[in-house]
Structures are given as structure tokens and as C-alpha cells.
Design a protein around this ligand. Structure first.
Ligand code: I3S
Length: 169
């Protein structure tokens, strides 16, 4: 993962492309709008990339292998989650992954994980498989999904650990 612009020497703990939608904002239900989203876990914050501009072209840079990249693209396409312009995998491999900040790619929104909770979403929340339900202290609820088991399991672990680590802050 790229470094944080605020703390250039501190690499992000985790980053990648996930399918994300808000379902509740400040306690109020909002309409789902699934989008393939560049997601970065940094300290106790979870950052989501803006879906436009140069950040977009980085959306398919991922930590996984090339077959995983193709699988992700294909499954998103099949599910009508609008694919965004992809850059070549080799480009991503050179380590020029996006960082939030500057005019390159600002996070669209940020979630404070402190005091939040994470669980696997029930069938009532989504018909998709591998869906994480993330609730924040301020009443925002997000669904986070990946078609790839290992990817979503790693995120579940990382988010749970982060929430537990920062539980008393
Ligand atoms: O929980 P819902 O409302 O059944 O979620 C689905 C809808 O948001 C749907 O959009 P429209 O209501 O605009 O047709 C989405 O396309 C679906 O992806 C949502 O369901 P899933 O189960 O995929 O989260």
C-alpha cells in the first residue's frame, strides 16, 4: 500500500479494491449504491477513494495476482457494477499505486473505526455473498464485499483487529 501523504513514512496497513455501499448515514437508511472502490485502512480510519479522476484509473491496481485481478473485473462486470478504466497490471506492479492526498486521489469519505463494529451481513442485508457489515459509532452503516474469499476474509480480520485495538480510545 502507498504511504499516507500526512505520514509519508507510514505505509497504509491495508488497501485494495472492494465493492462498497452505504446503507445508513447518521442513523438514516440510504439507498444502496454499490461501487467498486479503492479502500485504504490507515490506523483507525478506513478511507474510500473518490470514484472520479485519476484515482479511478487506479481502481484495479490490487495486491492480488493477475488471475485474481481478472476474476474481480469479470465478476464486477457480470454484476453490472460499472467497471472503471483499468490500468495495466504491470503499471500497478511498479508500485505506483495511488495515495490519498494531493490532487491525485482524495478519499471520497472516511470512516472512523473507533467504537465501531463489524460482522458478516445477513441475507436480509444483501443477496451478495461475502458481505461485511460495518457499523460506526456515529450511525453510518456500510456493506463491503468482494467476490474473492481470501480477500474479504483478510479484510474482515483486519477490520476486526483494528476495531478491537482501538476499542478504548
Ligand atoms: O437491499 P435491496 O434494496 O434489495 O438492494 C438491492 C437494490 O439496491 C438494487 O438496486 P435497485 O433497487 O436500484 O434496483 C441493487 O442493484 C442491488 O444490488 C441491491 O441488492 P444486493 O442484494 O445486491 O445488496
Amino acid at each position: 500500500c502507498p504511504s499516507s501523504p500526512k505520514h509519508p513514512s507510514t505505509p497504509s496497513e491495508k488497501c485494495g479494491v472492494l465493492n462498497v455501499t452505504k446503507i445508513t448515514e447518521h442513523g438514516k437508511k440510504v439507498r444502496k449504491n454499490w461501487a467498486s472502490t479503492w479502500t485504504v485502512l490507515q490506523g483507525s480510519s478506513l478511507l474510500f477513494a473518490k470514484g472520479q479522476g485519476s484515482a479511478t484509473s487506479w481502481s484495479y491496481c490490487r495486491n492480488g495476482s493477475f488471475p485474481e485481478l481478472l476474476l474481480s473485473l469479470l465478476s464486477n462486470w457480470k454484476r453490472s457494477i460499472k467497471p472503471r478504466p483499468a490500468v495495466s497490471y504491470t503499471h500497478c506492479r511498479r508500485g505506483r499505486a495511488p495515495s490519498f492526498g494531493g490532487n491525485q486521489s482524495k478519499p471520497e469519505f472516511t470512516v472512523d473505526l473507533r467504537g465501531g463494529s463489524v460482522e458478516w451481513a445477513s441475507k436480509e442485508k444483501s443477496s451478495k455473498k461475502h458481505v461485511i457489515e460495518l457499523k460506526t459509532r456515529v450511525g453510518t452503516e456500510l456493506l463491503i464485499q468482494s467476490e474473492i474469499d481470501s480477500v474479504i476474509n483478510d479484510w474482515f480480520r483486519a477490520l476486526s483487529e483494528t476495531i478491537n485495538t482501538h476499542a478504548w480510545e
